[in-house]
Ligand binder design. Structure first.
Ligand code: PEP
Ligand code: MG
Length: 761
């Protein structure tokens, strides 16, 4: 702590007065009146005024000491208008010795303010939003001291909490009649849908704000010490991150930690925190205040680099809060309401699973990505997730009612009653449709021309397994084994792998489970593995390429699979095979593990099938030769389409640019199914398209009789199949399956057919 800070004066009188005003139980209007009186006396000024945003638009004079009382709730101004409006617009204090000479000064005769010269206005900030402006004025020309500015900022922060508290209580104290603060308007935020579903509930902030009761320090010196300790702890932890085992971090995260360190040692940042504590705030409230100031400024910045830095600073502030509060801020707080919708900047899968599953309804993130672990877990446990909801944390408070539309990626905050009723209708409709699907659960998926289709589940985690029965799936057509690796902090051991595979086999009973060996690399990076920087990770060193170059990991996995399937049927397939030679080499590794188990006298699976995922166009052209070596083929349409159209599936700009129902894509899918059938090798499709009715019907018309899909696809696809005449649909499609067609998609052809045939799509 530097000595000059210690010697700076603060206003104990002002803090005492504020504390007294806070302790009162009267209405908020009376409290505001007490505040302006207390500030006027303690700071020795002539005027103190509070301006608040009305309906989030105009600033309204809401309390004053020194101006004409008759102007209260009458005088209004726009943000940017006059000095008060300027403070609101810039979210910065304005300290003027001679206000009338400032070009922005605007005279309001109804307030009677003309005799006042000096002006100090500070923004009333909360969560980076400006709720209003607090102003003091004095009669003669004088500059307010830095300490006075700090004091007023502290008061403004406390004021913000009092105002919000009243609003939280539903304005019961009817204090600020007619005043509607900006954050309490209904808001609609558009993000991206990462897990579908419609839910309603109440917001829960993953990292909560500081409670107003903990804002003012009882003992400033003690708070100063707490802050110093917290900052030291923060610096030590950030140092450890940077210096830590670099193998643990990807290149990107190392850069982030370097930036954290820069901020943690930033003298200005820590200086602002010290000043805030020195002005009478608790260490936690100081962190919150400095964060609000940064947010308010940086959010206005058009510079995306600066805005990105805001996120780093926020993270750092959160870490410091955790250091100060110990466990109190650790995510996973169990006190969530029965219908909690978690709001966070980002959340890890482990943190997510910490929340009580019975109470958790949905998740909204400012960041996130469709292929993140959290998105995978959400889809698996059927919790809707919206990501990339930019700025949503500034609009939300714990307890706010929320409607989450995970289908379209929209979140409605504090919705209007009309939005509520519209949403309710949609939920009811979805529930009704789900009931219909449930009624079909045990019906075989047979077309009207008697083709029996096997509908299986894409899975990968323990939490997926109950869905097998819930959806009435015919088995697991794709078990993504890498998920277990991705959500673990450490490499799962042989025993853990074996246990998971065994549980999956047992859950499926007589139904088949097709295990895919590790599909790592690309964007699927494990925290405990060395990252290998690549220009084009999707077509880089991934999946079977890693397995063949470093066979240890796959052999281990195959060993676990063989052990798990002892006495049972075992189906294994390899991902990202580009040549038949690769498949032969991988199969040889598998055979070695079977031999090893035999030699050791272990019980063996009673039957073994080894297949290939067909997800590279090159393998499609080797389909005859592949069928000589593989027991089955599973078309990984997500990757096949990505490589077929040369369009990155994780890049939003191009991922939906090309339609998998483009005649060229339909032709290659037909070519594959024909090739496998000619060779009497079973073939299925396991990409996302298998779970979409129009695409699924097309695949069936082409000749596929086995589809594996996300659980949400099974009901709609089965409902459509029950009304489908596959032969007839093929008749419609067939003329387009040649690459000379002018159509860019047969989607409309298939859709028209379904409408004519009364097929639900
Ligand atoms: C695919 O590529 O279609 C597939 C099913 O595998 P993944 O989505 O896991 O790459
Ligand atoms: Mg794939």
């Amino acid at each position: 702590m530097s000595s000059n800070i210690k010697n700076k004066g603060k206003s104990p009188k002002l803090m005492r007065a504020i504390r007294a005003a806070m302790a009162e139980t009267e209405s908020v209007q009376e409290r505001l009146d007490d505040f302006v009186d207390a500030i006027t006396k303690a700071m020795g000024v002539k005027v103190t005024s509070i301006y608040l945003f009305r309906q989030g638009k105009d600033l309204e004079l809401s309390a004053t000491k020194g101006l004409k009382k008759s102007a209260v709730h009458k005088t209004r101004m726009k943000p940017g208008e006059g000095l008060v409006g300027h403070v609101a617009l810039t979210a910065r204090p304005l300290n003027l010795a001679d206000a009338p000479s400032h070009p922005l000064f605007s005279y309001r005769p109804e307030t009677g303010e003309d005799p006042f010269k000096s002006f100090l206005g500070v923004p009333i900030l909360r969560g980076g939003r400006v709720l209003g402006v607090l102003v003091v004025q004095s009669k003669f020309i004088r500059s307010f001291t830095e300490d006075e500015v700090e004091d007023l900022l502290t008061v403004a922060m406390v004021l913000a909490e009092i105002i919000i508290d009243d609003e939280r209580a539903g304005g019961k104290k009817a204090a600020l009649k007619g005043i509607k603060l900006a954050p309490f308007r209904p808001e609609t935020v558009k993000g991206k849908s990462f897990a579908a579903g419609l839910v309603k509930g109440h917001a829960y902030l993953h990292v909560p704000p500081v409670a107003p009761s903990n804002m003012l320090a009882d003992n400033v010196e003690k708070e100063e010490l707490r802050l110093e300790k917290g900052v030291a702890q923060l610096r030590a932890s950030v140092d450890a991150m940077v210096a830590g085992d670099t193998a643990k971090f990807s290149r990107a995260s190392k850069e982030i930690y370097e930036t954290y360190r820069m901020f943690a040692y930033d003298r200005k940042w820590v200086g602002r925190l010290r000043e805030a504590v020195h002005s009478g705030l608790t260490a936690e409230a100081a962190v919150e205040r400095v964060r609000n100031e940064h947010r308010a400024r940086l959010m206005k910045s058009g510079d995306s680099y600066l805005r990105a830095r805001l996120h780093d600073l926020e993270d750092l502030a959160n870490r410091l809060l955790r250091a100060l509060l110990g466990e109190a801020l650790v995510p996973g707080n169990k006190n969530i309401s029965n219908d909690a919708i978690i709001f966070a900047r980002e959340i890890g899968p482990a943190e997510l699973l910490d929340y009580d599953r019975d109470k958790l309804r949905g998740i909204v993130l400012e960041e996130g990505s469709a292929s993140s672990h959290t998105a995978i877990v959400c889809r698996a446990i059927g919790i809707p997730l919206i990501g990339r909801a930019d700025g949503v944390l500034d609009l939300i408070e714990t307890g706010d009612p929320v409607l989450l539309d995970g289908d379209d990626g929209v979140v409605f905050i504090r919705p209007l009653s009309s939005q509520f009723s519209g949403f309710k209708l949609r939920i009811n409709k979805a529930n009704k449709v789900n009931k219909i699907y449930e009624g079909m659960k045990s019906k075989p998926a047979k077309t009207t021309d008697n083709k029996l289709i096997s509908l299986q589940l894409n899975a990968g985690l323990l939490v997926d397994l109950p869905q097998l029965d819930q959806a009435g799936a015919d088995g697991i057509g794709l078990f993504r084994t890498e998920f277990q690796f991705m959500i673990s902090e450490f490499m799962p051991r042989l025993k853990e792998q074996t246990e998971l595979y065994k549980t999956a086999i047992e859950a499926a009973g007589k139904r088949p489970v097709t295990f895919r060996t590790l599909d790592l690399g690309g964007d699927k990076i494990l925290p405990y593995m060395d990252p290998v920087p690549e220009e084009n990770p999707a077509i880089g060193w991934r999946a079977i390429r890693i397995a063949l170059d470093r066979p240890g990991l796959m052999r281990y996995q195959l060993r676990a699979l063989v052990a798990a399937a002892a006495g049972n049927k075992l189906r294994v397939m390899f991902p990202m095979v580009a040549t038949v030679d690769e498949f032969i080499a991988a199969r040889a590794l598998f055979d070695r593990e079977i031999d090893r188990a035999k030699k050791l006298g272990h019980e063996l699976p009673y039957s073994v099938e080894v297949g290939a995922m067909l997800e590279t166009p090159s393998l499609a052209w080797q389909v005859n030769s592949l069928c000589d070596h593989a027991d089955f083929v599973s078309v990984g349409a997500n990757d096949l389409m990505q490589f077929f159209f040369a369009a990155d599936r994780d890049n939003a700009r191009v991922s939906e640019r090309y339609d998998p129902l483009h005649p060229a894509a339909v032709s290659i899918l037909k070519f594959i199914v024909d090739g496998c059938k000619r060779n009497n090798i079973p073939v299925s499709v396991c990409g996302e398209i298998a779970g979409r009715p129009l695409e699924a019907l097309t695949l069936i018309a082409l000749g596929y009789d086995s589809l594996s899909m996300p659980v949400t696809g099974i009901g709609p696809v089965k409902a459509a199949i029950l009304k489908l005449n596959a032969q007839k649909l093929y008749g419609r499609i067939e003329p387009h399956i040649n690459i000379n067609t002018r159509l860019s998609s047969i989607r409309e052809t298939v859709r028209d057919f379904c409408l004519e045939e009364n097929i639900p799509i």
